[in-house]
Design a protein around this ligand. Structure first.
Ligand SMILES: Cc1cc2nc3c(=O)[nH]c(=O)nc-3n(C[C@H](O)[C@H](O)[C@H](O)COP(=O)(O)O)c2cc1C
Length: 264
C-alpha cells in the first residue's frame, strides 16, 4: 500500500471487530512502526502494553460502558463537545469538521437540535440513550481481540514543562505510524476514551494494567480485524470531511490564506 493511499484510507472504526485474534506478527509490526517515530532528542518517551486477556478486556469494557452512560446521562459529554456535533449534511458541508450523526434511532431524530438543552437532556435520558450508548460501547470494547495501552515516561512527560509538549507530540507521531499501519494490515482501531471523561474511571484502568508510578497512562485503543460488511452501531457518526486548504494554510504570513489549492 502506498503511503498516501494509507493516509487517505486511514479511519477510526466505530463499529464491531471480528473476534479473530490479531497475530503476534501484526502486533509486533504495529509497535515496531510506532517505535520508529521521531521524538525530542530521540528520547522515545512512549511505552505500550498489549492486552489480549479476556478478563482484562471485559473489565475495561465494563468501565468504558459505565463511563459513557454517566457522561451522556449527566450532560457533561454534550456540554464539553457539542461544538463538534453535526446533525445535517448541510452543516457538515458548511463547517467541514466535527462528527456528523447520520445514524440515529427514529424516536431521537426530532430532538437532534434540542439535545444540547436541559429539555433535550431530559428527553435523551427518558429514551435511555445513555444506557443504550453505554451498553453499545461496552459490547464494542468487549468484542475487541486486542487493547493497546499507551503510556509516557514521567521522566520526560513533565506537565507544565516544554518536555510535556514534546512527549505528547512524539506520542502522537508514534500513534499515527501505528494507526496508518492498521490500514495496511486490514485492521481497525478506535480510542477507548470515555473512562477519561468520568472521575476515577481512568484510575481503575491504570490499576487494572498495573501501570507503574514512573509511567503515565495516556490512552487506550481497541484494535481488531474489520468485518467485510461493517455493521453500523444504533447511534453512529461519520467524520471523513476535512477543511479546505485555504481554511488551514497560510502563505508567507498568517494574513494570507493559501489560495488555489482547494480540492474542486
Ligand atoms: C486525541 C484524539 C482523541 C480522540 N477521541 C476519540 C474518541 O473518544 N472516540 C472515537 O471514536 N474517536 C476518537 N478519536 C478519533 C476522531 O474522532 C477521528 O480521528 C476524527 O473524527 C476523524 O475521523 P477519522 O479518524 O475516521 O479520519 C480521537 C482522535 C484523536 C486524535
Amino acid at each position: 500500500m502506498e503511503l498516501r493511499d494509507a493516509i487517505a484510507a486511514r479511519r477510526t472504526t466505530n463499529g464491531p471487530f471480528l473476534p479473530d485474534p490479531v497475530s503476534a506478527e501484526h502486533q509486533r509490526v504495529l509497535v515496531e512502526v510506532a517505535g520508529r517515530a521521531p521524538s525530542q532528542l530521540n528520547s522515545q518517551p512512549w511505552r505500550f502494553v498489549l492486552v489480549e486477556s479476556r478478563s482484562t478486556i471485559e473489565e475495561v469494557a465494563r468501565i468504558s460502558g459505565e463511563s459513557m452512560t454517566t457522561a451522556m446521562g449527566n450532560g457533561t459529554f454534550f456540554e464539553r463537545y457539542k461544538r463538534w456535533f453535526r446533525f445535517s449534511a448541510e452543516e457538515m458541508e458548511r463547517t467541514r469538521s466535527g462528527m456528523l450523526f447520520d445514524k440515529l434511532p427514529a424516536p431521537l431524530r426530532p430532538f437532534t437540535h434540542q439535545v444540547f438543552t436541559r429539555r433535550g437532556q431530559r428527553v435523551v435520558n427518558a429514551l435511555r440513550v445513555p444506557q443504550t450508548l453505554g451498553e453499545q460501547n461496552r459490547k464494542l470494547v468487549a468484542g475487541s481481540p486486542l487493547l493497546l495501552g499507551v503510556m509516557l515516561d514521567r521522566g520526560e512527560y513533565r506537565p507544565g514543562e516544554l518536555s510535556a509538549f514534546y512527549s505528547v507530540f512524539s506520542m502522537g507521531a508514534a500513534m499515527e505510524n501505528l494507526w496508518l499501519t492498521t490500514t495496511e494490515l486490514g485492521l481497525g482501531i478506535q480510542f477507548v476514551s470515555f473512562p477519561m471523561e468520568v472521575e476515577g474511571a481512568w484510575q481503575r484502568i491504570v490499576e487494572l494494567l498495573a501501570v507503574p508510578d514512573d509511567l503515565e497512562l495516556m490512552a487506550v485503543y481497541r484494535i481488531g480485524h474489520l468485518p467485510e460488511q461493517a455493521r453500523r452501531p444504533v447511534i453512529d457518526w461519520s467524520s471523513s470531511e476535512r477543511k479546505r486548504v485555504s481554511q488551514y494554510v497560510f502563505r508567507e504570513d498568517c494574513r494570507t490564506p493559501q489560495e488555489g489549492w482547494d480540492a474542486r
